[in-house]
Design a protein around this ligand. Structure first.
Ligand code: NAD
Length: 354
């Protein structure tokens, strides 16, 4: 029998718990260490899931005392950088939650630590494993939409009742376009490439006691002429959504993370093409045909994310969500934040020196 892959987790709050549940769906893994500054959270999870892991309040102490293949960093966002660098330097592969860090400079430090350690760093931009988004990627790559001339992403999630343990979501550097909007930005980057310039506006009209804006719009352009926008709201009164629209010269695709169907509009002449299976035909306009594509709803496909990382760490397979990809997403978020603060258009700096 092959040996079990050993994990340790730093940050045992709500999403740390979801990581544990995702890992426990795989029989060939073992969770050997749990750490949280509130050690009781680590102990509670240890007991709840009968893990028999060693529990710590200080991750440096944990890193010195455990043997593991992969360390998962699921702390508050502002603690990602130090915990990830410490784990890489201690010789562990690291899966770090999104956003990779709150600043591009922090990402640079993390990428350097990855390079020097010879270990692997993955960032948990989980949208790259969401079924509707994976399907969208296949559709874009098939070319059936033609050239994308406009792309629109949205991250709307009411945070009023979820400030996080010790209110970390209210950290003054955790602008919503970075903390949550990084999902939509990463998704657009993955689907259609890297925007080169952004212009942004922010306001705070709902969460008035928070020290950050609660709504941001970032308008973007791509080298090939595509234009687009990303909207983020953390005060909105509605269900959570990451609605995304891609407008191409031959078709339009509309999808999100919580619906069982995606909408695809194609010129009638392109009708059916490679998507006949699994499509229900609906009414379109005179010149377009509307298609509904059924998809599994799996908003947080953490098992898929962990499998991809294990395949990379253990089998050397290529990784869809590297540390550098996580850093590039932070670079776009940082440009949006700078533009909203200064009122100027900002070119995105993707240079991380690696
Ligand atoms: N991928 C997703 O869709 C998704 C969804 C939710 C949260 N997240 C991310 O997961 C992370 C955790 O979010 P959450 O909802 O579990 O928050 P949470 O507040 O429930 O838990 C965070 C935990 O981290 C602990 N912590 C903070 N600093 C620490 C440190 N230096 N060392 C050890 N523990 C520390 C806190 O005590 C807390 O228990 C965040 O980065 C968040 O952005 C990702």
């Amino acid at each position: 029998m092959e040996r079990k892959i050993k994990y340790a987790i730093i940050g045992c709050g709500s999403f740390g718990g979801m990581h544990i549940e995702a890992l426990l769906q795989t029989k060939d893994i073992e969770i050997v260490g749990l750490c949280d500054v509130h050690k009781e959270f680590a102990e509670e999870k240890n007991e709840k899931y009968a893990l028999n892991a060693a529990c710590f309040s200080d991750y440096n102490e944990m890193l010195e005392n455990i043997e593991a293949d992969i360390v998962v960093v699921a702390t508050a966002d502002h603690a990602h950088k130090d915990a990830t660098v410490a784990a890489l330097k201690a010789g562990f592969n690291v899966m770090c939650e999104k956003p990779m860090a709150l600043r591009s400079d922090d990402c640079r430090e993390m990428l350097l630590a990855e390079k020097e350690s010879g270990k692997l760093l993955m960032v948990g931009q989980v949208c790259r494993f969401t079924p509707a988004f994976v399907r969208a990627k296949q559709i874009v790559e098939s070319g059936i939409l033609g050239d994308i001339f406009f792309a629109e992403g949205e991250y709307a999630h009411d945070y009023a009742t979820i400030p996080g343990v010790d209110k970390w979501r209210m950290h003054p550097d955790r602008e919503p376009i970075l903390g949550g909007g990084c999902h939509s930005i990463d998704l657009l980057r993955w689907l259609i490439g890297d925007p080169v310039e952004v212009t942004a506006y922010s306001n705070r009209m709902v969460l008035k006691d928070w020290p950050i804006s609660d709504a941001t719009i970032g308008i973007m352009k791509w080298e090939n002429g595509t234009i687009g926008k990303i909207f983020t709201s953390i005060g909105c009164k509605r269900d959570y959504t990451m609605r995304t629209c891609l407008y191409g010269t031959k078709g339009t695709l509309i999808f999100d993370n919580t619906s069982p169907e995606m909408s695809l509009y194609l010129e009638k002449s392109a009708e059916g093409a490679p998507f006949a299976g699994g499509i229900i035909y609906g009414n379109g306009s005179e010149r377009t045909m509307a298609h509904r594509i059924k998809v599994e709803i799996n908003n947080h496909n953490l098992p898929g994310e962990h499998k991809a990382f294990r395949d990379a760490v253990i089998c050397g397979k290529s990784l869809v969500m590297t540390g550098l990809e996580g850093a590039k997403t932070v670079a776009v978020c940082s440009a949006v934040i700078e533009s909203a603060k200064t009122g100027n258009s900002v070119k995105v700096n993707y240079d991380f020196g690696v």
